[in-house]
Design a protein around this ligand. Structure first.
Ligand SMILES: NC(=O)CCC(=O)C(=O)O
Length: 303
């Protein structure tokens, strides 16, 4: 029995398999420099290398066109809807020319006088099929360790984002979004096969939580989770953890890397989602009589 007329039951439907249900994914762990032009060239080359390796889906890191800092976000920001947007133009052109789906990491977006941390997903025709603005801003204060306040410059997005692509239904989160299981639950309830989190965890929380979070989101929801970080630059003001990773529906790590610039290529086979959900049918075991899941955005669309 549905608990709410128009709420998604948490029990995720077995997602139907997309056009391409077995394919290679590439996670481009890019070095980020102060030159936006260099970063764009570097990303283009990595996407070309990924496509030559047979990847159908290419994922880029959080803030790949801009060293991660509140001072830089406004300087490197692009207006994605109105333009000019050299980062978007490059990703769109590369997706179309190479016939790959791209989860375009994130860049600082300027829109109506506000700044967002934004990820666009590009279909194989080069069009933007989804745009996610980071919904949980990263404000942290661990004295003597790390202090960062994204909310000093950025505005939070307001909606979960699911992209329908040739390589399946993909939920998008950006970095700190991974800490909130509710967002991942929504994506599973909406039939996602894969959740992609471009992210730039730091040296402190990266060590303890980066791998744990992605394995947990994958295992909770019995789907694939991919993360993609910038490469570590020990001279930067914000040093990233690296370790871009793909986890499968039992939370096992299929592929990962260290902290240097790298392209991780791995195969995804969505039939494993069905297999794992048959092995361990969490959807049937869930006790909606004693706890309830409500997808508020679906209940109150537009809010
Ligand atoms: N860029 C981010 O959102 C960093 C998130 C992070 O490091 C965390 O611990 O959360």
């Amino acid at each position: 029995m549905a608990l709410f007329n128009n709420a998604a039951s948490y029990n995720p439907p077995l997602p139907s398999l997309p056009k391409l249900s077995k394919f290679k994914l590439a996670l481009c762990q890019l070095s980020v420099t102060p030159s936006k032009e260099t970063n764009i060239d570097n990303a283009r080359t990595a996407i070309e290398t990924s496509a030559r390796s047979g990847a159908s889906l290419v994922v880029l890191p959080e803030m790949w066109n801009c060293p991660y800092s509140n001072d830089n976000f406004p300087k490197y920001a692009e207006d994605i809807d109105v333009g000019p947007s050299p980062s978007v133009d490059m990703l769109s052109e590369a997706a179309r020319r190479l016939g790959v789906t791209i989860v375009g990491g994130s860049i600082p977006e300027t829109s109506d006088g506000r700044l967002y941390n934004t990820c666009c997903v590009y279909g194989t025709d080069g069009r933007i099929v989804a745009k996610h603005r980071k919904v949980h801003l990263f404000d942290v204060d661990i004295p003597g360790d790390i202090v960062f306040k994204e909310s000093d410059t950025l505005t939070a997005g307001e909606t979960p984002t699911v992209a329908d692509t040739d390589v399946g239904r993909i939920g998008i989160g950006i970095c700190h979004d991974i800490r909130f299981p509710e967002l991942a639950l929504i994506y599973a309830a909406r039939g996602a096969h894969l959740i992609c989190y471009p992210g730039a965890f730091n040296m402190s929380t990266g060590r303890s939580l980066w791998e744990l979070m992605q394995r947990a989101r994958a295992a909770d929801n019995q789907l694939f989770v991919a993360t993609c970080s910038p490469a570590r630059d020990p001279t930067s003001g914000y040093i990233t953890w690296g370790h871009s990773t793909l986890a499968e529906p039992f939370g096992e790590i299929i592929a990962t890397t260290g902290h240097k610039e790298a392209i991780v290529v791995a195969e995804i086979d969505y039939s494993l989602i069905h297999q794992r959900r048959l092995n361990l049918p969490l959807a049937k075991q869930r006790r909606e009589d004693i706890y309830q899941f409500v997808d508020l955005h679906r209940r109150y669309p537009g809010k």
